[in-house]
Write a protein that binds this ligand. Structure first.
Ligand code: PAF
Length: 283
């Protein structure tokens, strides 16, 4: 695996690959890689000649009160995992390489409306940071395909929208949620869950699944379903950020005649914020 820390060095290398007609797949990450990330790489390897992984803990997508400095940085073990997974190139820039003019004056990519709801409501500026860094990565790598986990459903929907709105010639692919054996979605933030809370955190997914079953069997009383799911989560001792039935593509509130609905939820444990989702397609 070749490792690049500078944009110029990486671009020079990629342009040779591109001249040879090689297809390039990108898996953007913030490191602290787990099996879910490695599955994204595997997916990229199936359909691309070259697979690039980027590791960059993007300060622009963290709020002032969030965990940017605490975010786990595990570069050496990440490199080992990437090598074992057969990753071709790792792009690992530092803050100055990505934001040479500083964060405050950095030009931004904004995807309105969709980013103000759900996670965006409690994490103002977060998605602006994501769309900005992902556009920069897209411009640096110019991949044919980029792969994102469906666990971060809102992120995936926003990136799809950005690519459509800005006519970027990149295929956005999704990869399924990778779960622990009891159903908890894999996340770098799971390490913050206390031992005492760990057996109970599956209530988030269970409650979303319950709503999905209700919708599939014809119940369209979304606000009552959301209310009941919140009650179940709170009963286990967690505080709910949101549980919402949304239109899968636009993330607007689900309506009675919608065919594709995604149920999204976020809850707080003592020191972690967990998210999950489940999609329903009516036939
Ligand atoms: O999902 C993530 O890890 C990040 O939001 C991403 C897409 C790498 C952008 O920093």
């Amino acid at each position: 695996m070749k490792i690049f820390h500078t944009i110029n060095g990486f671009r020079n290398n990629l342009s040779v690959d591109r001249c040879q007609g090689l297809r390039i797949g990108l898996v953007p990450t913030m490191g602290n890689l787990h099996d879910g990330h490695l599955a994204l790489l595997e997916q990229s390897k199936q359909t691309n000649d070259i697979t690039v992984c980027s590791i960059f803990v993007n300060a622009l997508q963290f709020n002032l009160n969030e965990d940017w400095d605490k975010y786990p940085r595990t570069y050496d073990t990440d490199c080992e995992k990437l090598r074992n997974a057969g990753c071709d190139y790792l792009f690992h820039p530092d803050d100055t390489e990505m934001y040479p003019n500083g964060l405050d004056t950095q030009s931004r990519v904004i995807c309105p409306t969709m980013t103000d709801v759900l996670c965006g409501a409690t994490r103002p500026g977060h998605f602006e940071g994501v769309t900005t860094v992902v556009s920069k990565l897209f411009n640096i790598v110019q991949p044919d395909e980029a792969i994102f986990g469906i666990k971060d459903y809102q992120q995936l929907a926003v990136i799809r929208r950005m690519v459509e709105d800005l006519c970027l010639p990149i295929k956005i692919s999704e990869a399924p949620v990778y779960r622990e054996s009891d159903g908890l979605a894999m996340s770098s933030r799971n390490r913050y869950i206390s031992e005492n809370e760990r057996p109970r955190v599956t209530i988030l997914k269970e409650s979303l699944d319950w709503i999905a079953t209700q919708i599939t069997s014809g119940n369209r009383n979304f606000s009552e379903l959301e209310f009941e799911a919140k009650r179940r989560i709170e009963k286990e001792g967690f505080s709910v950020d949101y549980v919402t039935c949304s239109q899968s593509k636009t993330l607007e509130l689900a309506a009675n005649d919608d065919i594709e609905i995604t149920v999204l939820g976020a809850m707080f444990t003592e020191s972690a914020r967990l998210i999950d989702n489940v999609s329903v397609r009516m036939i």
